[in-house]
Design a protein around this ligand. Structure first.
Ligand SMILES: *Cc1c(COP(=O)(O)O)cnc(C)c1O
Length: 400
């Protein structure tokens, strides 16, 4: 793999090979080009870089640690390590790109941040960034998720954001994106759309990837310090793909290092019962970009489901779509039941309650550990599970 990887992908039109790009109305395209140009110059400026670095250290609490799971490794075999993004401020990796996007908004002179949210983690992270910079914030959220993720709705409101309920379609993440895009189209001058993952039209898959690279850069160095080696396996859950691309990006050139993206196999493999886009999707178009997509015969995104609200998106980042075709990353799945088991297992064996999204990655890591007792496994623990505890106990009960 070329050492110019980050220069070449995406290309200047935002393509990762055939995926990505920008398939949007001309007025929105003009706005995206402004953001792209500004990003290319601002992100290289000394002021921007040093302000972001200072925010990461003093406000977010970075670097987050890498932790060796002693009891879990003894029980399952293998050597299991966690990159603790659950300890990033607000409890997930999402603040990494939200602070970057909000800082860019400040340099562009925007007054308002608009976004969608699924599990509420992106909404909370963006509301946090808006409070930090003194910007307005409007978060669109499906009514189903509003009920399921009630604590995050309250957190957004406490942080000063306006939460807009979305009541059409399945009332989850995909509709929230549609609703937020519509609001943004009404108000280009004052506002900026802050996408919550490595999806959407160019330049978002690139910008969000760049802001999340800090996870992989830190983890690689920390892992080397602890072990003197590279990890044999790196594992992360894939919704849109931001936490996974963040950690994978540091290891892409290390061919000996296996990379696993874990998608939700949900409650069954029937269309509508899972969100395993890479495993069962085909190339298609969603929200202005090309990627693997779960779609019906007409090319419309199909309904998706996962026990983890943050993973139920029918598309996936264009860069992941390319890495799948290159066979550089293996995309695998974990079911709801495996995820719930992993959720309790990590909680009881290590005293760390994971987000349901992250528990998908833990479930796969435990399988790998059993099958490969001599290998090391670095898991990106993308978030903490406080938001999920009531839902899990009400739905599944406590384990015996
Ligand atoms: C949103 C979220 C995800 C899924 O998003 P990606 O862009 O795929 O990382 C995963 N884990 C947590 C904790 C999240 O909040």
């Amino acid at each position: 793999m070329s050492t110019n990887y980050f220069k070449n992908y995406p290309n200047t039109e935002g393509f990762f090979e055939e995926y990505g790009g920008s398939f949007i109305p001309p007025n929105l395209q003009a706005e995206m080009e402004k953001i792209t140009d500004a990003y290319y110059s601002i992100s290289k400026s000394h002021n921007f870089i040093s302000e972001l670095r200072s925010i990461r250290k003093h406000y977010q609490g970075r670097p987050t640690p890498v932790y060796y799971c002693n009891r879990l490794s003894t029980k399952y075999g293998g050597r299991v390590y966690l990159k603790r993004e659950d300890l990033n401020h607000t409890g997930a990796h999402k603040l990494n790109h939200c602070m970057g996007e909000a800082l860019l908004a400040k340099y562009l002179g925007k007054k308002k941040l608009i976004a969608e949210t699924g599990a509420g983690q992106h909404g909370v992270a963006l509301a946090t960034a808006a409070a930090y910079f003194g910007l307005e914030c409007e978060i669109h959220m499906g009514e189903v998720d509003i009920i399921k993720e009630h604590p995050n709705v309250v957190r957004m409101q406490i942080l000063g954001a306006k939460v807009i309920p979305v009541s059409f379609g399945l009332k989850t993440l995909k509709e929230a994106v549609d609703s937020a895009f519509n609001a943004y189209m009404q108000d280009f001058d004052n506002s900026i759309y802050c996408i919550g993952s490595v999806v959407g039209p160019h330049p978002f898959p690139m910008m969000v990837r760049d802001f999340q690279r800090v996870v992989g850069i830190e983890a690689k160095e920390q892992f080397a310090e602890m072990t003197g080696e590279l990890p044999d396996n790196v594992v992360a859950c894939v919704g849109g793909g931001s936490n996974s691309i963040g950690i994978f990006s540091a290891f892409l050139q290390d061919e000996e290092c296996k990379l696993f993206g874990v998608e939700p196999a949900g409650r069954s493999l029937n269309l509508g019962d899972h969100a395993a886009t890479m495993s069962f999707g085909t190339p298609g178009m969603i929200h202005g970009f090309k990627c693997y997509l779960l779609q019906d015969e007409k090319g419309e995104p199909s309904p998706v489901y996962s026990v983890a609200s943050g993973l139920d998106y029918p598309g996936v980042g264009p860069e992941h779509s390319m890495l799948k075709d290159w066979k550089r990353v293996s995309y695998v799945t974990a079911t709801d039941d495996e995820t719930i088991d992993a959720f309790y297992e990590l909680s009881r064996m290590e005293g760390i309650i994971p987000a349901l999204e992250s528990a998908h990655a833990v479930a796969w890591a435990l399988k790998l550990a059993k099958e490969n007792p001599r290998q090391s496994i670095l898991v990106n623990l993308s978030g903490r599970g406080d938001k999920d505890v009531d839902f899990v106990v009400e739905t599944y009960g406590l384990p015996k």
